[in-house]
Design a protein around this ligand. Sequence first.
Ligand code: SF4
Length: 162
Amino acid sequence: MERVLVSACLLGRRVRYDGGAKTSEDELLAAWSSEGRVIPFCPEVAGGLPVPRPPAEIEGGAGGDAVLAGTARILTPDGDDVTEAFVAGARRALDAARAAGARVAILKEGSPSCGSLRVYDGTFSGNSTPGRGVTTALLEQHGIRVFNEDDIAGAARHLGER
Ligand code: SF4
């Protein structure tokens, strides 16, 4: 059975910027977890950021590909540049996925690291825009498909398990 990289906050780990989790109740994810197939991973913590930490958004809502290309930064509301930690975390996520032979990741939607369909627009006003986070961009650039917590069945289909 193939292993799957999963956002640690979806597995109940209290690693979010606000010190909380976003635990998923998905039955398939629970089954994979009990089978030992799940690799819990938080890119932001792996990149050296603390819990709790200030929120951060990609400037201009540009998306993770622009960050990896060096054309957009990730900033806190005070303007602190945390790009380096986010990119380091994305690289560690890719290393972890490759080490496990994972072809698929389940990552939390909306995060500047983990989002796959949308990210916040960089204004800290709660508005999001279509795009993907830095870790999602790096994984997908290297052939690892990312699904969000609402499409775990899609990940199973991608693995040929449904
Ligand atoms: S970086 Fe990803 S895994 Fe870590 S708290 Fe944010 S959404 Fe969850």
